[in-house]
Ligand binder design. Structure first.
Ligand SMILES: Nc1ncnc2c1ncn2[C@@H]1O[C@H](COP(=O)(O)OP(=O)(O)OP(=O)(O)O)[C@@H](O)[C@H]1O
Length: 294
């Protein structure tokens, strides 16, 4: 069942930039990764979903609520992490979290405390004196502490160090297991690969691809670098029907997609003295949507 629905959504700024005729859904319990180069329209889409501005055309709904007409309710039920965090600089982190908790009517403080521990944040100091990473942690805690069913997260790990990025990925995967619906924009392919079920790519305001991460992974080519003992082994490899991309002396590069059985049987006939693998990453698959004119 689709929880987030975007239909024919168009929002044009005076500059002519914006998002054009977007169509996608995010199903219940699904993590949808929203990828795209700088200025592609990710934040514009997310702001429409949160009901901050009017669209020119089309609509979006979350859990059956119209994002614009029922934006107050949307903001209540969604765990939202903005791309740029505008905080009450004079508050301390603790005051800010208490303020957000009061606004949301949170009675049980346990989740908030767990998140503070998990992200190793000391929220006591003034926000204005916090580093970018600390502010990001504060925003994550504020977005997650009311245990919402739906999350909309705009570049959630920006500013976090690698350990905290990993912490965050674990948190997303735990929330996914609990059946949450998550839309998450990102520039980090690895983060998308490790969390998302589907990925949508936006470029110059238009969605250019929506794909299942598992089927992309299956279609990824692996290049095995096989080193053999003699020329007769090279001949065996050449005659095997496997796709050979390069031969350099006794070293042979073989492209394998799903034909592992054929590959392993062929290696069984050779005297293999070395084996290495080059992985094609999700990044290489999606790089074609970045850059101009490709
Ligand atoms: N309020 C606005 N008024 C006019 N133009 C805007 C406004 N907000 C965004 N834009 C333009 O719309 C385009 C899309 O911007 P958006 O912030 O949605 O991109 P993004 O995909 O989130 O990029 P990034 O990865 O850099 O955060 C950009 O060209 C931007 O300059």
């Amino acid at each position: 069942m689709a929880v987030i629905k975007v239909e024919n959504l168009t929002k044009t700024y005076r500059s002519g930039k914006g998002v054009f005729d977007l169509n996608f859904t995010v199903n219940e319990g699904e993590v949808f990764g929203y990828l795209g180069p700088n200025g592609a329209g990710k934040t514009t889409t997310i702001r429409q979903l949160m009901g901050f501005t009017n669209a020119d055309k089309g609509s979006c709904t979350i859990a059956g609520l119209d994002c614009r007409k029922e934006s107050e309710e949307i903001q209540r039920i969604v765990g939202y992490l903005p791309g740029e965090i505008a905080f009450f600089d004079n508050m301390t982190g603790t005051e800010f979290l208490n303020f957000m908790a009061d606004m949301r009517g949170i009675k049980d403080e346990k989740l908030k405390k767990n998140l503070i521990d998990r992200f190793e944040l000391d929220p006591k100091g003034k926000i204005r004196k916090m580093s970018k990473g600390m502010k990001q942690k504060l925003a994550i805690i504020a977005a997650f502490m009311h245990d919402p069913k739906v999350y909309i997260l705009d570049e959630p790990t920006s500013g976090l160090d690698p350990l905290m990025q990993k912490n965050f990925i674990d948190l997303i995967n735990e929330e996914k297991k609990r059946g949450k619906t998550i839309l998450m924009s990102s520039h980090i392919f690895e983060e998308i690969e490790r969390t998302s079920d589907r990925v949508g790519v936006i470029r110059e305001g238009r969605i250019v691809a929506i794909e299942e991460v598992s089927s992309i992974k299956q279609s990824l080519r692996k290049i095995f670098i096989v080193t053999v003992a003699g020329d007769s082994d090279i001949l065996t490899l050449q005659e095997s029907g496997l796709e050979i991309s390069k031969i350099n002396g006794l070293e042979c590069e073989i492209v394998v997609t799903s034909n592992y059985k054929q590959f392993i049987e062929t290696l069984g006939k050779c005297q293999v003295v070395g084996l290495d693998v080059l992985h094609q990453s999700l990044e290489q698959v999606f790089m074609k949507y970045y850059g101009k004119g490709e």
